[in-house]
Design a protein around this ligand. Sequence first.
Ligand code: AMO
Length: 417
Amino acid sequence: MISRVMSAELAEHAGQRVTIAGWVHRRRQLKSVSFLVVRDRTGLAQVVAGGDLPAEESVVHVTGTVTRNPQAPGGVELTEPLVEVVSEPVEPPPFDLYRPVVPATLPTVLDHAPVALRHPLLRAPLEISAASVAGFRDTLAGLGFTEIHTPKIVASATESGANVFGIDYFGRRAYLAQSPQFYKQAMVGVFERVFEVGPVFRAEPHDTVRHLAQYTSLDAELGFIADHEEVMAVLREVLAGMLESVRHRAAGAVAALGARLPEVPAEIPAVHFTEAQRLTGEDEPDLSPAQERWLSDWALREHGSEFLFVTGYPMAKRPFYTHPDPARPGYSNGFDLLFRGLELVTGGQRLHRYDDYVRALDGDLAPYEGYLRAFRHGMPPHGGFALGLERWTARLTGAANIRQTTAFPRDLHRLSP
Ligand code: AMO
């Protein structure tokens, strides 16, 4: 094969003979002329072809002359082509991948994900995810954070015992990690500032549009803070950096989906939990999804912000590692971030003294022995947060279901593909 030219760069080669490679996105046999549309990772290229055309989703190399044609995508097409079929499909795709709108329901798309995701509109959320993660990494690296990788097979539940997957580990009881919480805290003792991008597991018994049994958690943790507000300030920078990266790295996907990207205010508005209860007129110890939606609408109305921090959740509703508010000990130095009606991030300040952990765990230390070792050897005041990548992408793209933003979702019913 002559060195390969990508479809997006064809116009730079007008008049030359070049080779492209990709999949037959569409074949169109008209009366006087036939076209092949070839799809590669950068887009589509039109080929003016004669004779029999290979089936859709065939993998092809096409060598042809780059010829200007204002009507072709990108203003050029390949003429006088030599088409070599590299790999032929065994069966047609489950639906026409070339239709501008996806002509299939979500279950059909998910059942056929390895091929369905080739549709440009189904691929687009994954491009936005990838760009978001790149922005997360860039921003935190720029702020002196070190990327870490922690075990996903662990000895104890981190968040609550209720939704943890138990597994057999060489004959011992073990669990799939619900979060990297304990390890990221321990690593503050090593690097001061750390982050992780990784899978986490929740045996969610609910079949909802916002819960998965495995999702990608974007975690950060930092030491030497005064309180949770410093964590919130870092999170603000991270959100801005993620959006900046999406604008640059995934502009095509954003345009294809018509996604409206939010502004991140210089200071994201915050309400205390008790104030949120007063505003919504309810006094349950947690916020319901309806309250989260109401508060998001309120933040947009009152502060022109699509993001809202709710701070100071009751200690009773937060995990044992949560630091109380020194001024109001029944309430925490913890926060949630709501984005477009949904909880996107949880975070806060943590306990950092060994004796505080002994009290918080009520003496039941055995399952946490490994974790607690960090605190026996001096830990600075610290805190952090975790952002659910699929929820973020769903909210950015307007996807009604979180399953539209992950290639191979895992839920109550889905273990394959
Ligand atoms: P939490 O359990 O609130 O906090 O999770 C953090 C964020 O992860 C996302 N999320 C989910 N996304 C998809 N499917 C699920 N089943 C699911 N569960 C949670 C949400 C949520 O805001 N260790 C703490 C974080 C911290 O304090 O640093 C934790 O895991 O977007």
